[in-house]
Every structure is written in C-alpha cells, then in structure tokens.
Ligand binder design. Structure first.
Ligand SMILES: Cc1cc2nc3c(=O)[nH]c(=O)nc-3n(C[C@H](O)[C@H](O)[C@H](O)COP(=O)(O)OP(=O)(O)OC[C@H]3O[C@@H](n4cnc5c(N)ncnc54)[C@H](O)[C@@H]3O)c2cc1C
Ligand code: FES
Ligand code: FES
Length: 1304
C-alpha cells in the first residue's frame, strides 16, 4: 500500500468533475466550495457542525447493493480528502433563478419560510436530501431532519410548512391532519413561476457508477505536508501502520480531530478508515451484535430499525429499543451520517453510547498488526485508549444480546431536545430471577457527570436480591447520591437528581413490564407542530400591492444560494485576510506585545496595532469612550489588541495564536451583584416618579417585596460579523462592504480612524444574515481595524469573525436585576410601586443609557399605578459592552413587571388575569410620561387572545391534567405587550431615499434602512410600486450605501419601515407629481410611454425623499413635561400552554396563541413571520439561552451554537396560532395606517415563563409545598427541576455544588 503513488483526489460537484492533484487534508469541503469553486451558496455560520447552514448532499454508488446512496452532512466539518469517489450536490445544483427553482426552494419562497436567508440554503439541502432518500416521510421525519438546522429568524413554522407542501408524498403523510392545516387569507403568491422541471436534477455521474475503483481501491494523497491514506482493507491498513506506527486514524472527524489536522496538531500521516471493508461490517448472531468501528450512527440505526417490533410496547426493555434510543438523540442527521461508533468510543467523552456500552458490558476488539491476533477489551469505566498497545486499531464493538429475563433501558437528558449533548445520560441493565421476581443483578451507569461514564457499583449491590418495591427505589435513590456526591462536576446537585430520575423512570418502566404496577405518565407528551395564521387584507381583490402578503423580494436569490452576503463577494487578487488578536484577560495592563513569531508564520504579511491608526484610536456613540485597539490596558476578554494580516484567513488565525502578550492582571467585576457591592456603577441613572410613593405605600393594605433577575442574551445571528474594505487607488477613497446596521455610523467612525472626510468612505450593505441589534456598534472594531489595516497595506482586507470570537467579544442583551416593593389592596388594586433596577452595562456605556430609558418606560407601560417610583442604574463590569438586542430593554422590563404581578396574584390567591385586567390602563388614560393613550388596543388584543386560546376551558383542562399526572405538569398563562414606535431623541426620527426611474420604465430605489431579514426592502418596493402605480417586478432595490443616501440613522427600533417607507413614498410621490401633466395629456399612455415622454419633455425621473415624523422628542430628565417619548404604540397579547417533565425539568410549549396589533399591515405575511420569529427568539431568552462567565479568566463560557442553545425546530410551540388584530386603529397615518414590527412580539414570550411558573407551582403543590416560588430567567431545565422540588431533590440538598455557574 505504501508504494502507491500519490493520486489525485476525484469527486464531482453538481455534476462537474473535480480533480485535485495534491489535496491538502487541512482543507474542508466548505472552504473548497466557497473559495476554489466560488459556490458561495453553502454558508459558513459556525464551523462547529452545530447549525446546519453548510449542509450539502453527498452521493456515492454502493457497488455491493448496486444503488446510489445519498446523505446530508455539514460541509464545515467535512475533510475534502474524504470525498474521493463521491458526488457533492450544493444548493446551486438544486435549482437556480435562471433555470427554475426546485419545489423545495419555490415553496420556501411561497410560504415565507425565510427572512435573513443565511440558514436557507442549508434548510433546502436538508430537505432535498430527505426527499431524495424518502419520498414519503412522516411529519416526524420532517421535524427530525430539521433538527440539525438552526434558524434565528423565522421561528421554523413557515419552513416546516413549506417543506410539508414540497413533500413528494403530498397529502397522505406529513400534511395529514395532525400535521396542521393553515388558514392564510388572500395569499396571492400562488401564481408564482412554476417550479423547476424535475428532469433538470443533477444526474449522478456515470463514471462513479461504472468505475468501482474510486470506492474500492486503496488510495494515497500527498498534499499540504500530509500523506493521506485511504485503505480499503485491513491488510492495507496494517501495512500503513507497520510503516507509520503513529499514523492517525480518521473516521468521520466530527471530533476535535478535524481542528487538530487543520492546526497541524497531528502527525503528518493520516489514515482514513471509513472505506476499510472489514471495519464496515455489521453482524449479529444469537449472542451478540457486532458493529465494525467504521460503521456510522446512521448505518447502525438503519440496521437496528427493522428489528423493532411493530408494537413499540413490545420493545420496552429490549436491547433494540435502548440502542435505538441512544442513537436517536446523538447530534443530528448531518453528524450521524458520518460519525462512527469507532470514533465515538475512542475519544474522551463523555459520549452517549459510551454510557450505553458500559451498561451492557460491550466488548471492543482491537488489533495492532496483521501478524498479531486481535485482542478484546471489555468496555469499562477505566477504559483508556491511551493505555492500549501502540498502533491499536479498534476493529469492532460487540454488544451482547440480552438473556431471558434481562432488561435494558437507556436515556439522555439534553439542555435542548434535538441536536444537543447530554447533561446526563444513563443506562440500566437488570437481570431478574424468573421464579422469585427478585433482581439478581443490576448495572446502573451514568454519563456526563465526570468526563468518563461511571458504573455505580453500589447501586447494583443495594438492589441485588431485592424485590421490585418502592422501598428499593428509596434505597437506591440514597445510594446514587452517596456514590456521586463527591464529584467535582459542575451543576452536581442537578446532575444527581437527573441520575436519580433516570433510575426512577427505568424502574417504573420495568415494573410496568413485569406487570407489577401501572406506569405513571413520564416524559413529555409526544406531539408534532402545527399552526394557523389569520389576517385580513384590506384590498383582498389585490387592487393594491401594499397590504398584500407578497413574498420576500430576494427569495429566489436566497433559496438558490445566489444571494450575496459580504463573505460571498469574490476575492480581490491582492486581498489579505485579517484576524484580530484578542485580550485573554478580563482586566489587565498590557506589558508587552511581541509579534515576532507571528510574523515568521507562513503567509503572514503584516500586523496592525494602535500605532497604525492615522486618526483617532477612539470611538463611541455619544462620546468617544472605546478604544479601537486596546492600549495600554485591556478591559474585557476578547477585546482586540492588534490584527494579523495574511494571505488566507487560516494563516492569519493561526498566526494570531503566536502573538505573545504579557499582562499584569487587575481586579475585574462581572456580575450585577459584584458591581453593586463594589459600587462599580456608571454615572447615569433614570428616575420616573409619579404621585407620592410613601403615601401610596401607607394607604395600601398589603405590601410585598421581591427580586427579579434576567440573564444576558447572545444575538447569535447566523452570519458572523463580516467586512471587506477596498482602498481605492485615488483620493483616499475607501469602499467598505460590511454587515452593519448603521451605515452612516460606520462611515463616520472609519473617517475618524483614518483621519479622512466622510465623502471618501462609501459603506455598502446589500443584506445582513441576521443582526437583532448586535451589528449596530459591536461591528465597529471589525470595520475599523479592517479599514486601518487596508489603509496601512493599501490592499483590500477582509475580516470574517470566527464564531467563537464573535460570541465572546461582542456585546449581549443586558442582564438585569430588579428589587421591587409594591403596595396593593386585598382586591388587587395596586397603589404604589417602588422599583430599583440594575442593568449589567459591561465595559462602557455605549447604548446602555438609551436601553435603561426604554426599560423604565417599559416598566410603567401597562399598569396604571398612581404612586410610582423607579430608578435605573448601569453597572460597569468587565464583560463586552452590553448592547441593543431585539426589544431594547423592554423584554427585561416586561419580564420584571409580569413576574411581580404573578407574585401579587399568588400572594392574594387571586386570578392572575383578573389582577392584571383590574390594573391595566384604559383608553384615554395618561401614562407617567404624559402620553395620553388613544387607540389603546391592548384590551382588545387581550380579550381576543383570551377567546382565541379558549383560556377558560384550557384552564380547567390544565387543572384536571395536573390532578391526574404526577410526573408531568402543565401551566397556562397570558402575557400582554406594549411597544413604542419612534425614538425618544427627535434626531433619530428621520430618513432619506433616492428613487430613479430608468428609460425602460424600471425603478431603482435606495433608502437608509438595512435589510437584515425583516423584509424591509420588500415593503419599500411595495410602497414604490403602489405610489408609482407600476407592477412590483418593475421595482428593484440593490443595496443600502452611504453614497446614494447619506446621513441615515441606524436600523433598529422596529421603526425602520416607518421612516424609510415615508422617505420612499415622498420620493415616489415627487416623481408621480412631475408626471401628472403628462398623464393628463396622454391618459391612454402606458407607464413606459409616459417615461419616454418625460425624458423627451426634460422631466427629471430621479427624486430624493426626506421624511421626518413628529415634532416632539422626549427628554427623560423632564418626565411629564419631557415631550413625546414615542409616536405611537403597538400592542399584543399571548397565551401559552406548557408542559414540564417534573423529573428532569425539560419542558415543551404545547400551544401558543397570539393576537397582535400591527395596524393595517404593509405585508401581513412578513409581519406574521416577524411575530413568530420574535416570539421564538423570546422563548430562547426565557428558557434555554443562559450566558455564564468563567471568573478565572473572564471569558464568556459560550462559544457558538455548539454550547449556546437557541431554540431549534423541536422547541417551538407545538400549536402556534397567530392572528393580526382586526380593524386595528391607530396605525401610522403617513404609511398606510400600518404599525412597525420586529421587536414587540419578542416580549410576548414572557407568557412561556409565566406558564412554566404555573407548572412548577403545580409540581410543588403535588410535593406538598404550598405558596409561591421564584423561577429565574432563563428557566433552564436545571432551574425548573430544582424548583419543582420533591423527594429526589430533597435527597440532594446536602450535596455541595462547588462549581456554580456565574450568570451574567
Ligand atoms: C455537532 C456535533 C454534535 C454532537 N452531538 C453529540 C451528542 O449529542 N452526543 C454524543 O455522544 N456525541 C455527540 N457528538 C460527538 C460525536 O458523537 C463524536 O464526535 C463522534 O462519534 C466521533 O466519531 P468520528 O467518526 O467523527 O470520529 P473521529 O473524529 O474521526 O475520531 C475520533 C478519535 O478516535 C480515533 N479513532 C477513530 N476510529 C478509531 C479506530 N478504529 N481505532 C483507533 N482509533 C480510532 C481517531 O484517531 C480520533 O482520535 C457530536 C459531535 C458534533 C460535531
Ligand atoms: S457552519 Fe457548518 S454546521 Fe454551522
Ligand atoms: S432566515 Fe433563518 S437564520 Fe435568518
């Protein structure tokens, strides 16, 4: 084998053959697709295998079975060399806007299943692959396939809907009733161009079918300083091993192995074993199953599935069922299709099937040379791959079959159901004496507590020779605690409760199986998702383009992967890549920075630091407060100190690690509590005062005090921050392509950094792959340093943040803590409220003063409290400066106020809804900021939501359910929301637009708003089309740039369509007005004739529009005399029904009903998308998205979707019903009576948290605990579980949680 010549790597991409002479194993498929083939449809969002944006389909010919096989995988994790003899299909190969869209693509467009579009190509490829493999998937198959694809914008519902409609099986399966029918009114999108002809599908290359050598012959590639062997037999494998004893085995490379290869942390000889036929074998006899080490999880599952009995109940306790359960919840299809059992067992875990193998005492067979016999090792908790004889290759794993009267169970508890690692997993193997029904042996194993799975020997000992009685359960429960309590694991108390819960569940299932007792209902009720969307279209006859649910204007480009994001712009020949050198301390003096080793690294061209800034090294929103390059101190982990420029981003990133920075550490502060204690506060506060607090408290019959906390939230937009700066050759001109939400701010900052006027800097933004407030100011370091670098080397410079750096170095939603004291009467009327509110602002103030202002208004916005006093403070800490995020402080304010109302209701033992109805403002009331509430639609939204959700009936059903169930409890709660449209500072309420009509009649519009998925450009085109009276397809919007429309305000505040729409409307009206004379003179003329005539008549066909709503802004220091803090309000109400697994703390949202007031919606399909997407993002904040900090170094623990859990497809409301409020008055009169959208629906997710609290209280009541109970935000499974209490938790009270998570 070793005498093989280095061969070319051959594979096909979208039908075209690719042959690479010297393939480099460091190259991933995504890199090759995007940068060598310029197929940029495949997106790189995380590079961690955890988001699915890079999903592609791989096909190969199975010469044994004589058929073509297809599977999906993540291109970011796929080593190019593994593709020899395969065909890759990317989104570009599925359909195109020129040749026609595939049904999967056209339906995504038709059913509005996309917003920013960054996840869309991955979604397309996942579904395309599913349908190629399974022409009649069930609804569950669809949901399961999407588990590996994250979307931060849509809330998944329309994506699922689109795929149900694309399904080849049609009505029969996934669209069957329980899959949910929608009720969309006046959807005009059905008349889209027909989908692509199926005959245009990429054909599997004949060459791969006829030439078996691609897959069946051993090959060797030499490239990049590596030798890559791909043997196809054990003999060849051992021959390589004989020559290179330290050669590294590569399987699916879904572990750190891929990164090690890319960073040259392996030996230079790599052996890919996935084609070794002996390692691919799966066998069984009456004694055991044998899986070759190269068998993938998907192949294991395919083998096991037919062994399942038809009636699932008969599988209970069997090896087949337990193994399938283990396989089912490992990662997602994209990983399961390539990851192997060998790699799984040969790495440090803890991994799910390691615990399984320990439970069933699997045997591993190894061999280290062709002339030595294989040897076996029992899989034990002491198993250590490093202690095996050198060169040992895992050949197979043998799983013994169960004997009669043996039963096995397996389970895993993740943070998020679908695509997540286990918090704890566990397996139980029991042997029973047939005659006596005594337990003769018992193996209980747990994983993920320590870094190896553990066999709890004493549990077995205490259970042996026992009968299955509840006494056994109690004894074992105690032993589990004793066995695990000395562990040093994080979240130890919770983990022990989970281990105990698994034992409890397995035991109960065993008793049921043995017919000793009836099984209580465990786990969450199985469900699948469905939903309805109800809205009216004022011109249902389609007579106006405005108000119509037209699809996203860029949907064709997005679904085909043609849409261009910053990193999709083709490379300039002289372009350099920039990577930033981050601080690795939270607060320290920089003693020295040594670039010498980095400069010697391959491909490195230069570095940049503070000495290279030609202008100012400072920037800020209100005043210069942040340094572009940290010097001479660092104030947070991740703060940029310098930048490295290299020929490729890989070289730049590798060289960053070689920069040596010496620090002198200084004390740092992270949390609000710390900041309060150390008086680390910014000199800024906001106070709102109404009435006489002291008197109000005195007059109240009851007073209550409480503390409410919310954690920070990461934006996790799918497109990482990306910038390309191109210095023009003359006049100091710079062209900046970037994903900023603030084009003018970026232009101004770059001008200041470089010391050049703004008229030399053109900031261009075509679209952003999600932002949510995170790309207003937090992208400035990137655009600024890239500009300084481009200036220094006078070459184009591109900077794309790696996901971990993006997460760790950019600002988050503010974590908050509120202390309240409230006075009320026994009938529930609130008299007085005193609130002290702290927000964790991070290192500088930045946007925080505005956020705290908004928080203060939010706290006072819903309930009419005569005596009211709130103060807001900003804590100064050493985390990245907290920033804007969807809702801009209102989610925290709504959470605090609703939580307080909940506390009052429980204190008075009165209906939560009644309490809130009693205190809610009424039409005509004046709020503490002097705003008279007219067209106050909140009560209507509330009442409609109450009836849409059938609240009262459901309330009774929940009570009955909770009576009948001990291990799962339900909770139901409503929540209102109010949002303010129009910024308090008047200057932020202005916008400009430019409209050009060309001589062929086509219209090009530009405006100051940024398209980041909110459908802004679509709405702007609808406005232009309506005003000009031309068909929508005549109108185009290319990009936002500072040369076309200057002096824009940042895109945020849900007010972007309002102000920019106003400007577009004015510009179009100007042109229309100019054309009036001609229209009167030529009443029969077509639009084109009119335009021709206008040109001949020397009428300008280009106009600018400038729009400034409102005459009054707001000054918070003057309160009631402050002016007008907003232009109008938006309202909504939601009702959520949740279910909690009391034993684990896992939950699901069974149903959510929303009624939302969007006035006369400019585009109801887009607005419904914003409501659903905002709500689901809010659910993330309320439940799973917890940010913690490592106090030793000050880094944020999260580094991407792999360990920061945003909602996935399984976490959305199972029954999701959205209605737009009918005949909603009070819309923005200048803009077709519409209202803004984007942020407010996020606030409605508070209903989920309130419902969870109800469920928790029900669980506590069942455990004999009456009264109220706090539940922190986010309500993670751990918090829910510990709050539910009960005997298992009681047993763990004494366990010391030494490693506590520090939430920020
Ligand atoms: C996004 C994502 C999500 C995940 N989610 C989960 C999850 O939910 N639960 C879970 O348990 N795991 C999860 N994993 C981990 C996954 O299960 C393992 O990474 C996978 O099983 C490793 O298999 P592989 O084929 O990729 O191994 P590789 O990465 O190729 O190899 C791993 C190691 O094993 C060695 N090795 C492999 N085969 C042999 C052999 N035959 N003989 C000797 N040495 C060998 C290799 O040299 C290497 O050191 C996840 C991984 C990713 C990327
Ligand atoms: S980019 Fe590949 S999975 Fe996220
Ligand atoms: S549309 Fe899915 S991430 Fe934006």
């Amino acid at each position: 084998m070793d005498n093989l010549e280095g061969a070319p790597l051959v594979f096909f991409v979208n039908g075209k053959k690719v042959s690479i002479e010297k393939p480099d194993p460091r190259d991933t498929l995504i890199k090759y697709l995007r940068r060598n083939l310029y197929l940029t449809g495949t997106k790189e969002a995380c590079s961690q295998g955890a988001c699915g944006a890079c999903t592609v389909m791989i096909s190969y010919y199975n010469h044994q079975q004589k058929k073509i096989a297809h599977y999906s995988c993540n291109a970011c994790m796929t080593i190019l060399c593994t593709l020899h003899g395969t065909a890759v299909t990317t989104v570009e190969g599925v359909g195109s806007s020129r040749n026609g869209l595939h049904t999967v693509q056209s339906n995504l467009m038709k059913y509005h299943g996309l917003q920013c579009g960054f996840c869309t190509p991955g979604m397309v490829m996942t579904m395309y692959t599913l349908f190629r493999n399974n022409p009649s998937p069930t609804h569950d198959d669809l949901e399961r396939a999407l588990e590996g694809n994250l979307c931060r914008c849509t809330g998944y519902r329309p994506i699922l809907e689109a795929f149900k409609k694309s399904c080849p099986c049609g009505e029969s399966k996934c669209m069957s009733k329980d899959g949910g029918a929608e009720e969309v009114k006046a959807d005009k999108s059905n008349d889209l161009k027909p989908s692509k002809d199926e005959s245009q599908e990429v054909i599997f290359p004949n060459e791969l079918q006829t030439d078996s050598s691609y897959r069946q012959k051993s090959v060797k590639f030499i490239g990049g300083g590596y030798t890559w062997y791909r043997p196809t037999s054990l003999k060849d494998l051992f021959q390589i091993r004989a020559n290179y004893s330290d050669a590294v085995i590569v399987m699916g490379a879904q572990t750190v192995l891929g990164a090690n290869i890319r960073n040259r942390r392996t030996t230079p000889v790599l052996v890919s074993c996935t084609a070794v036929s002996e390692l691919k074998e799966i066998k069984q006899d009456e004694k055991e199953f044998v899986f070759g080490s190269a068998v993938t999880f998907a192949e294991m599952e395919q083998f096991m599935l037919p062994l399942k009995t038809k009636d699932e109940k008969d599988d209970e306790g069997t090896l087949v069922a337990a193994l399938l359960e283990g396989l089912r919840w490992i990662a997602a299809d994209q990983v399961r299709n390539v990851a192997t059992i060998g790699g799984h067992l040969m790495t440090t875990g803890p991994h799910d099937l390691q615990t399984f193998m320990l439970t069933c005492e699997a045997t591993l067979t190894f061999q280290y040379s062709a002339d030595k016999e294989p040897f076996t090792v029992k899989y034990s908790q002491d198993f250590d791959p490093a202690s095996l004889p050198a060169g040992s290759v895992l050949i197979s794993v043998r799983i013994p079959k169960l004997l009669k009267n043996e039963f096995i169970f397996f389970g895993k508890q993740p943070y998020r159901r679908g695509m997540d690692y286990a918090i704890v997993n566990a397996g139980l193997l029991v042997k029973m004496d047939e005659k006596t029904s005594q337990i003769t042996d018992l193996r209980f194993c747990v994983g993920n507590i320590e870094n190896k799975p553990q066999y709890l020997e004493k549990v077995g000992e205490s259970a042996r020779e026992s009968l299955c009685t509840d006494k056994l359960l109690e004894n074992v429960g105690q032993v589990i605690v004793e066995e695990l309590q000395n562990s040093k694991a994080e979240q130890l108390r919770y983990k022990i409760t989970l281990a105990s819960a698994f034992f409890f569940k397995f035991y109960k299932r065993l008793c049921k199986l043995l017919k000793l007792s009836d099984e209580a209902a465990f786990g969450l009720t199985p469900t699948t998702s469905k939903g309805t969307q109800i809205y009216d279209v004022p011109t249902a006859d389609g007579s106006t383009i405005i108000w119509q649910p037209v699809p996203h204007m860029a949907a064709k480009s997005i679904t085909t992967g043609e849409a261009v994001y910053v990193d999709d712009i083709p490379e300039y020949k002289t372009e350099l890549a920039l990577a930033l050198v981050p601080s690795t301390r939270a607060r320290a003096k920089i003693l020295s920075v040594d670039f010498s080793n980095a400069l010697k690294a391959p491909g490195v061209v230069d570095f940049v630091d503070h000495t290279d800034v030609p202008g100012k090294n400072l920037y800020g929103l209100l005043f210069p407060e942040s340094q572009l390059f940290a010097h001479p101190e660092v104030f947070f982990y991740g703060q940029p100190i310098a930048g490295i420029l290299a020929n490729t981003r890989e070289e730049a990133r590798a060289a960053v690690k070689l920069v040596k920075v010496e620090y002198e550490d200084l004390p740092a502060v992270f949390t609000i509590d710390d900041a309060i204690e150390k008086a680390s506060l910014f000199d800024f506060s906001n106070s709102t005062v109404r009435g006489n607090l002291e008197q109000g408290m005195k007059e109240s019959e009851v007073t209550l005090e409480g503390v409410v906390e919310t954690g920070a939230q990461e934006h996790l937009y799918l497109e990482p921050c990306s910038t390309l700066v191109v210095p023009k050759k003359e006049d100091k001109e710079m062209e900046v392509f970037t994903g900023t939400q603030d084009a003018t701010g970026t232009q101004k900052h770059i001008g200041e950094f470089l010391g050049i006027p703004c008229n030399r800097v053109n900031v261009r933004v075509k679209r952003i792959g999600g932002a949510f407030g995170g790309k207003v100011i937090d992208i400035v370091p990137q655009t600024g340093i890239a500009s300084v670098a481009a200036w220094k080397v006078n070459r184009p410079v591109r900077c794309v943040f790696p996901r971990d750096y993006d997460v760790r170095s950019t600002g988050k939603r503010h974590g908050t803590k509120a202390f309240y004291k409230v006075g009320f009467n026994k009938d529930g009327k609130i008299n007085a409220l005193s609130l002290k509110f702290y927000a964790n602002a991070g290192v500088v103030q930045a946007l925080s003063p505005f956020v705290i202002d908004q928080m203060m208004t939010g706290l006072a916005s819903i309930y009419d409290i005569p005596h009211y006093h709130s103060t807001g403070h900003l804590c100064k800490t050493n985390i990245p400066s907290s920033t804007a995020m969807r809702g801009f402080g209102l989610p925290q304010a709504h959470f605090v106020i609703q939580t307080m109302m909940f506390d009052i209701a429980k204190h008075l033992n009165m209906s939560f809804n009644k309490l809130r109805e009693l205190n809610t403002y009424k039409e005509g009331d004046t709020d503490p900021y002097g705003k008279v509430l007219t067209d106050f639609n909140l009560p209507r939204c509330w009442d409609d939501c109450k009836s849409q959700s059938k609240f009262e009936t459901m309330e009774k059903e929940v009570a009955t359910f909770n009576k009948e169930n001990t291990c799962r409890k339900r909770g139901l709660a409503m929540s209102p929301c109010i949002f303010y449209f129009g910024y308090p500072p008047l200057l932020a309420n202005q916008a400009g637009a430019l409209v050009n009509v060309y001589l062929d009649g086509s219209v090009l519009i530009s405006h100051g708003g940024i398209e980041m998925g909110q459908g802004l450009h679509t709405k702007m085109c609808q406005i232009a089309s309506t005003v000009l009276g031309v068909p929508l397809d005549l109108v185009h919007l290319c990009e936002t740039n500072t040369y076309s429309v200057p002096n824009t305000v940042e895109s945020g505040g849900s007010f972007v369509a309002d102000i920019n729409g106003g400007a577009v409307k004015i510009a179009c009206e100007t042109i229309k007005e100019r054309l009036k004379v001609l229209e009167q003179a030529m009443p029969q003329a077509s639009w084109n004739e009119l335009i021709q005539a206008a040109f001949f008549s020397r009428i300008s066909l280009s106009a600018t529009g400038y729009y400034k709503p409102r005459d009054k802004g707001y000054d918070f220091s003057k309160q009631e005399e402050g002016g007008e803090y907003c232009q109008y309000h938006g309202y909504g109400a939601a009702c959520s029904l949740v279910e909690v697994d009391v034993l684990t703390g896992e939950h699901q949202i069974l149903k959510t009903d929303i009624v939302y007031d969007v006035g006369k919606s400019l585009n109801p399909a887009i607005d419904v998308g914003q409501i659903e997407g905002g709500f689901v993002q809010g659910c993330g904040m309320m439940t799973s998205e917890q940010l913690t900090v490592n106090p030793d170094v000050g880094s944020i623990d999260a580094f991407g979707p792999i360990n920061y859990k945003i909602p996935g497809i399984r976490n959305i409301p199972k029954d999701f019903n959205v209605s737009l409020l009918k005949e909603a008055a009070g819309g923005h009169k200048d803009l077709y009576s519409s209202k803004g959208i984007g942020e407010p629906p996020f606030l409605l997710a508070v209903s989920v948290h309130l419902a969870l609290r109800e469920a928790v209280l029900a669980a506590r009541e069942a455990n004999g605990l009456s009264g109220n109970c706090r539940l922190e935000c986010p309500a993670t499974p751990e918090r829910i579980r510990m709050a539910c209490a009960g005997p298992i938790v009681d047993r763990c009270i004494g366990v010391q949680d030494e490693k506590k998570k520090i939430q920020v």
